[in-house]
Design a protein around this ligand. Structure first.
Ligand SMILES: [Zn+2]
Length: 100
């Protein structure tokens, strides 16, 4: 049982807790490490701020109930086990960084 995985983007082997959860995938994790996803998303958002706002709205509407439930269920241990958010939770959360 390996708890390391090679990021598809930076090709660095990192512990799986560095990856986000993605239930759409068989192994349940994103292909890219958290750092790469954050960098890529940050850049994408900088380049596409208006589109991001639109998408954010759609994502939030779609996942509002899951999002609320997730927070209720994980209020106290959000970052505990290495802090793997589901990717869409994180996608919503990044908006926090951009609310200035
Ligand atoms: Zn990476």
């Amino acid at each position: 049982m390996s708890d390391m995985r090679v990021c598809s983007r930076c090709k660095v082997s990192k512990p799986i807790k560095e990856y986000y959860l993605n239930k759409a995938r068989k192994d349940g994790l994103t292909l890219e490490c958290g750092d790469c996803i954050r960098i890529r998303a940050k850049k994408w958002i900088d380049d596409n701020l208006e589109r991001y706002k639109e998408r954010y709205k759609i994502y939030y509407q779609k996942n509002k109930e899951r999002y609320k439930k997730y927070y209720r269920d994980n209020r106290d241990n959000r970052r505990v086990k290495g802090g793997s958010y589901e990717w869409w939770i994180w996608w919503i959360n990044i908006s926090v960084f951009y609310k200035r």
